[in-house]
Design a protein around this ligand. Structure first.
Ligand code: SAM
Ligand code: SF4
Length: 439
């Protein structure tokens, strides 16, 4: 009987793509995808270590998996990704029932590691040499997918004071443009109409390798017929250059939504974080993009309670939010990460005070999100349909070019991109009705 694998993914989109690669690899090693954990013979946790909370959740899952393993002989547990890279040996000590621990650069050998585990030989694979062979593995694409994520680079050279990414994902390495383009051509051939390009700092794509610059990569992707929408995450505000900004006025395929993590609105805190831009420079980029593409949507990331952040610094963050009125944002309480510069900083903020600031920021964001969504009611929008709506199986769900989720009552027209009249707005999404066949 064929064995089956269940993959649980934590953290960012980069991990989601790595998990899709793991599934491809395990399918070629004759493993089926198990619909639930209970049906699986092998569980792979693809982990995150960006904040302490993520670590705790994974260790608690590992406790559950110890009991899961005991319920049926022959079951195997593998742990990959950033926490595996960070804790390595320590993870094996804390959870001796784990058969395979593999780091962020050790995905390509997964089938071999699983075969060893089947013979009761545990593996600890944490090497971080620039072995990028896993990039040759085509990520699994679910049947009928219209949107796909494509990793264009890995790692990061920025070493922001709070961030563990350069330590667990290694130095920045870009993929060859030719490989990226052929992957996207193949995705387009399988019905994909939207690509989301992934990297920790997409604007520095190819600089070290002497590859084509990021704006040129965008142009070449846009020339691939059938790709109607291009998105990218994440842009670094320091490196988002004028050439890329100008493309928003020139390329219709470039979606009018930019995720531009600000982290803090205070120049003093930005400096301590080592972000390499000021509040004024950030706002100038937002203005330039708005001039070139009226109606463009913005989202951001924020960290509150960074060491030394005063009430005044925090208010500066709120004032940038008032100025920009982001469509959405992800906000986090500062979490001290081993090996980072911020972990050594003395002026830690009281966690309760940081939680209060986080709530204030999130309340302001919720208000801005509601205002932005409410402004869409009565408009007709082009929605790329992704599947059935989670709230009602009779409804369909998709996203606008500005990245707003729309649940809508379908007409009888068909087509992947539909014209939808927005009839209502919720706290995070829109509702609507289909109008005509295409947009
Ligand atoms: N490369 C992206 C950038 O430069 O903004 C983001 C990478 S990180 C995976 C996603 C977000 O996690 C960051 O933008 C930041 O807001 C948050 N983050 C990273 N380290 C953190 C920490 N130590 N504590 C709290 N939030 C953190
Ligand atoms: Fe982390 Fe900064 Fe790199 Fe983003 S740019 S991954 S926040 S070090």
């Amino acid at each position: 009987m064929r064995r089956s694998v269940f993959i649980k993914t934590f953290g960012c989109q980069m991990n989601a793509v790595d998990s899709a690669r793991m599934l491809s690899l395990m399918s070629s090693a004759d493993y089926l995808a198990a619909p639930t954990l209970e049906e699986a013979d092998l569980v792979l946790l693809n982990t995150c270590s960006i904040r302490e909370k993520a670590d705790q959740k994974i260790y608690s899952d590992l406790g559950t998996l110890r009991r899961w393993k005991l319920r049926r002989p022959g079951r195997l547990v593998g742990v990959g990704g950033c926490l595996a890279q960070q804790d390595g040996e320590e993870l094996r000590k804390r959870a001796p029932h784990v058969d395979i621990v593999f780091g962020t650069h050790n995905i390509a050998n997964l089938p071999e590691m699983v075969r060893r585990a089947e013979r009761r030989l545990p593996t600890l694979a944490l090497g971080m040499d620039e072995d990028m062979t896993h990039w040759d593995v085509v990520p699994h694409l679910p049947a009928g997918a219209v949107s796909a994520m494509v990793a264009i680079m890995q790692g990061c050279d920025n070493f922001c004071a709070y961030c563990v990414v350069p330590l667990v994902r290694g130095r920045e390495v870009s993929r060859r443009a030719g490989d990226i383009l052929s992957e996207i051509r193949s995705l387009a051939g399988r019905g994909v109409m939207e690509v989301v390009l992934l990297g920790q700092n997409v604007n520095s794509y190819g600089k070290k390798e002497g590859e084509i610059p990021f704006p040129e990569l965008l142009r070449r992707i846009s020339d691939i017929g059938r790709i109607r929408r291009i998105r990218f995450i994440t842009s670094h505000p320091r490196d988002l250059d004028d050439r890329t900004i100008r493309l928003f006025g020139e390329m219709d395929t470039l979606c009018p939504h930019v995720h531009l993590p600000l982290q803090s609105g205070s120049d003093r805190v930005l400096e301590a974080m080592g972000r390499g831009y000021t509040r004024g420079e950030y706002l100038a980029r937002i203005d330039a993009l708005r001039r070139l593409r009226p109606g463009i949507a913005f989202s951001s990331d924020f960290i509150v309670g960074f060491p030394g952040e005063s009430e005044n610094d925090f208010r500066e963050t709120l004032s940038v939010m008032e100025e920009v009125r982001f469509d959405a944002s992800f906000s986090f309480r500062f979490s001290s990460r081993p090996g980072t510069r911020a972990a050594e900083m003395k002026e830690k903020i009281d966690p309760q005070e940081a939680s209060v600031r986080l709530r204030r920021l999130q309340e302001l964001q919720a208000m801005h999100t509601r205002i932005r969504l409410a402004a869409m009611v009565g408009r007709e929008v082009a929605v790329l349909v992704e599947g059935s709506s989670a709230r009602d199986p009779g409804m369909r769900c998709g996203r606008t070019a500005c990245n707003k989720t729309v649940n809508f009552t379908p007409g009888n027209t068909g087509g992947a991109i539909r014209s939808i009249l927005v009839t209502g707005a919720g706290t995070h999404s829109l509702v609507g009705e289909e109008r005509s066949s295409d947009a």
